[in-house]
Design a protein around this ligand. Structure first.
Ligand code: CAA
Length: 258
């Protein structure tokens, strides 16, 4: 059993929950938090008993960014040799669907952590932004790349160049948020969405997430070939037979992950 300092980790049914827990620093993502989040997410990802992961913070802050105090005195060479944010690529590579449940501040690395997730649920109190430009730097955990892909160039440039914060409604209109929910319902909705996903066939979840990822990385023709190969290969699973038999028999499917 791994013990963690900066996060709380719990499995409820088929859902793995990771709750950022550095309240005194508004869940700022220091190196320890990065490694703990990655280890917890990879642990859930390796477990076939887990079909969805939820990452959340506190009411006040999902995460207020990378830890500024930890980075402040580093040189450019230190940051290169540390590969300071390198481990986040492992979080983004998790095969299991990941839901970000965002309340309060999701700034800098906090916004970028949400952008590494597959579904972003936002409380109506959430505030997103990339304030790095005000610190003399730029986003370093994927913000310039994922925001352009998710929001388009002009909205992304507005956020990255001005550093301004946007609320949940503007974030939803911009395509940065999947759904906005009343703050008091955020965790319940996240639990329902995650339970619903986790009850699906694991091979189809892996295939769906990998195909969605391919859409961000490949030209359309290659993405369509990828999707087609993944779609047809799912007909080799017992879960496909079960899913379609259940439809014909007007009952709920019972997936086994085979
Ligand atoms: N790093 C380290 N500590 C942080 C932090 C961060 N990103 N954000 C907040 N904290 C700390 C504060 O220093 C403060 O600690 P002390 O009490 O010890 O001073 C504590 O959390 C509470 O914060 P505030 O007193 O500032 O709370 P507030 O309600 O007045 O303001 C806030 C909240 C607007 C979010 C403000 O804290 C803030 O602007 N934080 C920094 C946001 C930011 O610039 N994020 C980008 C970081 S760089 C980055 O993320 C790079 C990347 O791309 C990965």
């Amino acid at each position: 059993m791994t013990s963690y300092d900066t996060i709380l980790v719990e499995q409820r049914g088929r859902v793995g929950w990771i709750t950022l827990n550095r309240p005194d620093a508004l869940n700022a993502l220091n190196t320890r938090a990065m490694h703990e989040i990655v280890v917890a997410a990879e642990g859930f990802d390796r477990d076939p008993g887990v079909g969805a992961i939820v990452v959340t913070g506190s009411e006040r802050a999902f995460a207020a960014g990378a830890d500024i105090k930890e980075m402040a005195d580093k040189s450019s060479v230190d940051m290169v040799l540390d590969d300071h944010f390198g481990a986040w690529n492992r979080f983004a590579a998790v095969r299991t669907p990941v839901i970000a449940a965002v309340s309060g501040y999701a700034l800098g690395g906090g916004c970028e952590l949400a952008l590494m997730c597959d579904i972003i649920l936002a409380a109506d109190t959430a505030a997103f932004g990339q304030p790095e430009i005000a610190l003399g730097v730029i986003p370093g955990m994927g913000g310039t790349q994922r925001l352009v892909r998710a929001l388009g160039y002009y909205k992304a440039a507005d956020l990255v160049l001005t550093g301004r914060r946007i609320g949940a409604d503007e974030a939803e209109r911009a395509g940065l948020v999947s759904r906005v929910v009343p703050a008091g319902e955020l965790l319940a909705v996240a639990g329902e969405v995650a339970d619903g996903i986790a009850a699906k066939s694991l091979p189809s979840l892996y295939a769906a997430k990998a195909a969605l990822d391919a859409a961000l990385e490949t030209p359309l023709s290659a993405g369509l070939r990828y999707e087609s190969a993944a779609f047809t290969s799912l007909f080799a699973t017992e879960d496909q037979k079960e899913g379609m038999a259940a439809f014909r028999e007007k009952r709920s499917p019972e997936f086994t992950g085979r």
